[in-house]
Design a protein around this ligand. Structure first.
Ligand code: SAH
Length: 561
């Protein structure tokens, strides 16, 4: 009588396993564009790939990356016909008498006969085989995988489409906590530690037990002594240790089951130790006490707040603002955005004024760090986008160096919202095919590198209006067309927005005439007059910004209330 389920009971199901391929030899028959990725994954998993291809004369069809691996000696490519009866049984490692460990077949549909023959040979010799696009000639299929250190995920659609599997995998991966590897490491290390400590205790128990048998029982064979000592001993070393062991393992399982996944990376052996010393046998009460009293590590995000209007704030930024313990804001972040910070939340606005920029920046960073060390959630709110002239990169490095890696949320940069709010299409067919964002102020107040003039480019100069007297002559000296249209956009997207349209040669006079309404920037390029047409006068001023801010603020207040 045969044992096991009939072969076709669940024909659609396959058993998902994770193979340890270390030291194995994997044979790939045939080459395609996928071979390089397959070979890479074989190498990553510690196995040796051997490729057999009939493309004997020309290497043209062999992917270049694969040839590079061959030159490096990472893969052997045999340029000849496969000899089924021989290759499967001689190319493998000695430990398994030359039989290859896995076979991957990737042959054109015209080679149906050969595929079938290879499959039959593998099947009868129990060599796992995968044949591309042929489930019927495969004993295993490849999963779409994701690896992050110790964490691995595999997805299969049972042959319904590897692209679909890959897409589903990406969706799942995007939902995982970012520290998934840390979580695995941390929980794994805890398990190991508990097991090790238990083993030590149990071996101590064994020693004590043997000593007890030897000293207490062997030397004094008095019934009364024996029974009283034995009972003490049992309760002290046997019962209690077993209980504690169970309790700690139960505690860990409970935590893994119920605690927020992303927080699992933070649990320490101290938590467990205090849990089982506090609790009197109930794992539930045991694990809640230490975790709630445990100091949660502070977190920081660098958040772009957009150019000014709350309607240009992202939902992510809003979420961060409303869940912060401390908001550290740029001086430029406008009032209507600051108004969204809940009253209970601490806030600090950078005291950055001419001459003390460095000191103000340091003050802000050290305040952030102090709060982080107290376990607070710090939100560093930055005008526009944090990485466009906002020193966002420097701040990232600073906090990361101190052990607090920031989450960074982009914002709408004033460089690109200003063109929209002043009716300038930054790119426009036949007019502008590129955009350059640069600064009008270099380090320590000197002029920056002056870009070339490109007819079809829209150039946005941030931090430029106070340097306009130096900037304009420098541009003209570099070959910029003095007649090229320009626009000064100030307080873009705020109710008091002002747009001044002019030309490069009239910019200095225009700025002198209108004064300044910071923050403001300069847009230069032919796109400036695409929608509004050329101006006749030397400059033309346009006031105001059509905004829905009032309603938006009300809406947000109800959302965040
Ligand atoms: N990170 C910011 C830029 C910071 S540099 C961003 O992405 O927008 C500061 C410069 O930004 C100012 O000197 C000014 O040139 C420009 N700027 C910021 N907000 C602005 C606004 N609402 N309107 C016009 N220019 C603005």
């Amino acid at each position: 009588m045969s044992v096991g389920a009939p072969a076709d009971l669940h024909p659609r199901n396959t058993m998902l396993v994770s193979w340890n391929c270390s030291g194995e030899v994997h044979l790939l028959i045939g080459v395609s564009a996928l071979t390089y990725t397959r070979v890479q994954s074989i190498l990553t998993n510690g196995a040796t790939p051997i490729v057999i291809t009939q493309l004997i004369d020309s290497d043209d069809k062999i992917p270049h990356n694969l040839l590079v691996l061959e030159q490096e000696g990472s893969v052997q490519i045999l340029r000849r016909q496969v000899d089924i009866g021989k290759d499967l049984f001689t190319l493998g490692r000695d430990e398994v008498r030359g039989v290859v460990d896995k076979v991957y077949v990737n042959l054109p549909t015209t080679e149906e006969e050969l595929k079938r023959a290879i499959f039959k040979e593998c099947q009868s010799n129990r060599i796992p085989i995968n044949t591309t696009e042929s489930v019927e000639y495969s004993t295993f299929t490849m999963l779409s995988t994701h690896t992050d250190g110790d964490f691995q995920l595999g997805v299969t659609t049972s042959g319904k489409g590897c692209k679909l599997a890959s897409r589903i995998k990406r969706e799942i991966v995007s939902q995982l906590p970012k520290n998934i590897n840390e979580i695995c490491q941390s929980v794994g290390a805890l398990r190991l530690k508990i097991q090790e400590e238990d083993r030590q205790k149990l071996s101590k128990f064994k020693e004590e037990y043997e000593r007890f048998l030897r000293e207490e029982l062997g030397e004094h064979e008095d019934d009364a002594v024996q029974s009283s000592k034995f009972n003490n001993f049992v309760s002290e070393f046997n019962m209690t240790e077993t209980q504690k062991k169970l309790q700690r393992s139960r505690w860990l399982s409970q935590v893994v089951e119920y605690y927020p996944l992303s927080k699992l990376a933070d649990i320490s052996i101290d938590d467990i130790s205090s849990a089982y010393s506090i609790s009197s046998g109930d794992a539930h009460t045991g694990y809640e006490t230490p975790l709630s009293s445990k100091q949660i590590k502070g977190s920081i995000s660098l958040v772009g707040s957009g150019p000014g209007s709350v309607s240009l704030l992202t939902i992510g930024a809003l979420q961060e603002i409303s869940s912060a313990d401390l908001v550290l804001a740029d001086k430029l972040v406008p009032q209507q955005v600051l108004d969204l910070i809940p009253i209970k939340t601490e806030k600090f606005i950078a005291r950055k004024f001419p001459g003390n920029a460095e000191a103000a920046q340091e003050e802000l960073l050290s305040l952030g760090l102090q709060a982080l060390k107290l376990g607070k959630k710090v939100v560093r709110l930055k005008q526009g986008d944090p990485y466009i002239f906002g020193r966002g990169g420097e701040e990232y490095i600073f906090f990361a160096k101190h052990g607090f890696v920031p989450t960074v949320l982009p914002g709408i940069t004033s460089a690109l919202s200003s063109t929209v709010s002043s009716q300038i299409p930054a790119t426009q067919r036949d007019v502008a095919d590129q955009v350059l964002i640069c600064t009008g102020t270099g380090r320590r107040g000197v002029l920056p590198n002056i870009p070339e003039f490109v007819e079809t480019r829209t150039t946005v100069f941030l931090m430029s209006l106070h340097r306009i007297q130096d900037l304009v002559p420098a541009l003209i000296a570099k070959g910029w067309d003095p007649k090229v249209p320009a626009a000064i956009v100030e307080r873009s997207s705020c109710p008091d927005q002002r747009v001044t349209r002019t030309r490069l040669e009239d910019l200095v006079d225009a700025v002198e005439a209108i004064g300044s309404r910071p923050p403001g920037l300069l847009v230069i390029g032919r796109a400036c007059e695409v929608l509004t047409g050329p101006i006749e006068e030397r400059w033309r001023v346009q006031e105001g910004y059509e905004t829905e801010d009032f309603q938006v603020s009300d809406l947000l207040k109800t959302v965040t209330a």
